[in-house]
Design a protein around this ligand. Sequence first.
Ligand SMILES: [Zn+2]
Length: 261
Amino acid sequence: MLAVRELAAALADLVLPRTCAGCELPGAVLCRRCAALLAVLHLAQPRRFPAGFPPTVAAGAYAGPVRPAVNAFKERGRAELARPLGAALALAVAGVLAGLPERPGPVRLVPVPSGAAALRARGRDHVRELTGRAVVELRAAGVPAGEARLLRRAGRARDSAGLSAAQRRANLTGSFALRGGRPAVPAGAVLVVVDDVVTSGATLTEAAAVLAPALPPDGPPVLAAVVAATPRRAPGTAPGPTPGATRPASIRRLSGPVNGD
Ligand SMILES: [Zn+2]
C-alpha cells in the first residue's frame, strides 16, 4: 500500500510541478523557510494544562505554513512529506530526551493509534509513517530508537473535531488500552508517545496514563514528542527558538527537516 502510494507520489512529481506544502512556492515538497519553522524546539503548553500531561516537546508551532503542510500529509495524502515531517518529529524526540538527567537506554517511540474511522477515511496510518521516519533519523544520529506499538484504541471515542477541551477529555477517557495486556518493555527503556499535533493535550495525557503501568516505578516518566503544537499565544509572540549552540550532540547530529526533501 505504502509502496504504491510512494510510487504515485514520485510519478506525480514527474507530471506536476512540485510546490511547497506550506507556502506553495514551486520547488521542494517543503521549502527551506517552511522547514525551518519545524526546527523550533519548544515545550508544548496546552492552554488548559491537563493534569498528568506528559513532558512534551514540539518541533514547531501549528500555525502559519506549518498547518497546511501537516494537513497536506495527514488529510491529502502527500506521502512525500513523511520525510521532512518525520525528521521534525525526530528532532522533537531528541529534544525531550535531552531533558533527562542521564543518557537514556533504549528509546521506544509509541505512536498514538488512529481511530478505525480515521484509518478507513485516510487509507493509511499517518502517525506510524512519521514514527518510522523518525526512528530512521534517530538511529542515524546514534540514538537507540525503535517503534513500539504499545497502544490500541479502546472504547468508542467520537471524532474530536468541534469539541471543547473538556469535551475532548471526556470523549477520550478510556479510549486507549495497552496492546496485549501488559506488553514487555526493554529494561531501562524510555517511552516517548509520538503524534503529529498536540492541541488540548487530552490525547497525550490519556496515552501517558495508559502507558505508565508498563514502566518501572523508579524510571523516567512517559515522555511525548510531536511535530507541531498549537501555540499558546498568538503567532509572533511565542518564545523564541531554542538556540542551536546549546543543543545537545544528539540533536545536532540529526539532519532536521531543513535537509529533508
Ligand atoms: Zn514553503
